[in-house]
Design a protein around this ligand. Structure first.
Ligand SMILES: NC(=O)c1ccc[n+]([C@@H]2O[C@H](COP(=O)([O-])OP(=O)(O)OC[C@H]3O[C@@H](n4cnc5c(N)ncnc54)[C@H](OP(=O)(O)O)[C@@H]3O)[C@@H](O)[C@H]2O)c1
Length: 342
């Protein structure tokens, strides 16, 4: 059977590790290149002993354009924001397929990148060309695509519940979003805040009041997909857990009828989906989705205050990153969307 030759740039990180787990059991790809500058020449099976012995001959390599071009048909970028923006376009222009898990191709303009990511984007023209793909919303666009920007973790947990609702009811107030993530959401970087002794038995808010870099991404795609201007009040928190995101979303000022139209649209939108489940009873829990590519969504209407409340959960490293990236790869390659993920 024909296998697509796949490389991972940033293979020692948390998202890279999850990509390795999924791709090593994927029937339609061959892992041909894995990068890590710090672990260059280390066997990947020494670094990740869970990998099968058949990968004993694969070593982490440095990032050399010619080598990537020769060894790969498709490349995942699982690198911190600011890395793919320079390298991914070069590989794309050489004919490779690209899936970027970072934020480097999610926004619209140089100004957005200066404001939210504090760098000058070198390829502004590509920002309109790369497809931002959240399969359950726009999967019909992904087949045959060559460059996909994978949605962020918080955005996935917010766009999935809100898009079908805002497509069907008119809403002009700022949406209030209170989101919480496990510590792997911050990647493997060393920071005293993420020490076990700081995080254990702790819970804290960070980047509140309109400062988190996921805000423009959420507002951009919510507005585009719902057809109305979305404004969000997004406040993230750090949970003392390895992984998992729980987002609580408040839509105040809705009548019971509007809330019912919204939640019926939500149920309808995902009734045939493999990876998104709308719970009609009870509320979702992080433990039900960690180590899966699923998003679970629950809802309740507060009659007393006229507020619709949505709760969604995902695994930040799977549906929020690498699981969704493989879903996107499968769509790009025209193979079963769930291959490697179920
Ligand atoms: N963690 C999550 O929950 C999550 C969810 C959604 C999206 N994302 C996004 O996915 C990307 C990766 O996140 P992560 O949490 O997996 O990161 P991570 O754990 O910090 O790993 C980063 C990886 O990239 C490599 N790397 C670092 N700087 C590099 C550079 N300048 N050039 C080339 N390689 C570099 C590192 O290896 P070497 O330094 O050895 O080369 C490492 O393998 C980020 O953009 C993040 O925003 C993360």
């Amino acid at each position: 059977m024909f296998k697509t030759r796949v490389g991972i740039i940033g293979a020692t990180g948390y998202s890279g590790m999850e990509l390795l787990k999924i791709l090593s059991r994927h029937s339609r790809v061959e892992l041909t290149l894995v990068s890590s500058r710090a672990e260059k020449n280390t066997k990947i099976t020494d670094y990740f002993p869970f990998l099968d012995k058949k990968y004993d001959t694969l070593l982490f390599s440095d990032i050399i354009l010619e080598e990537i071009k020769e060894k790969c048909d498709l490349v995942f970028f699982a690198t911190p924001s600011g890395t793919a923006k320079d390298l991914a376009p070069k590989l794309y222009h050489l004919g490779l397929k690209i899936i970027d898990i970072s934020g480097d191709f999610r926004l619209s303009s140089i100004e957005d990148y200066q404001k939210w990511y504090q760098y000058d984007h070198p390829y502004p023209d590509l920002l309109n060309e790369v497809l931002y793909s959240l399969p359950e919303i726009n999967r019909d666009m992904a087949e045959g695509e060559s460059f996909i920007s994978n949605p962020g973790c918080y955005p996935t947990s917010i766009l999935l519940p809100l898009t079908p609702i805002l497509k069907n009811i008119s809403y002009s107030q700022p949406l209030i979003i209170d989101a919480k993530s496990g510590v792997t959401g911050a990647g493997k970087k060393v920071n005293p805040l993420y020490l076990f002794s700081e995080m254990n038995e702790n819970f804290l808010a960070y980047k509140i009041a309109g400062t988190h870099q996921h805000i423009p991404e959420i507002e951009k795609y919510l507005s585009k997909w719902s057809g109305q201007n979305a404004l969000i009040n997004f406040n993230p928190h750090l949970l003392p857990l390895d992984r998992g995101i729980l987002s609580t979303i408040y839509l105040p000022g809705l009548s019971e009828k509007e809330a019912s139209i919204g939640t019926q649209s939500l149920i309808q939108a995902y009734k045939n989906e493999k990876f998104v489940k709308v719970l009609e009873k009870g509320l979702p829990k992080i433990k039900d989705v960690v180590h899966t590519n699923q998003c679970h969504i629950g809802f309740q209407y507060d009659k007393r205050t006229g507020c619709l409340i949505l709760v969604s959960v995902i695994d930040n490293l799977l549906k929020g990153a690498s699981g969704q990236a493989v879903q996107n790869m499968n769509l790009m390659l025209g193979i079963d969307e769930g291959e490697g993920l179920c």
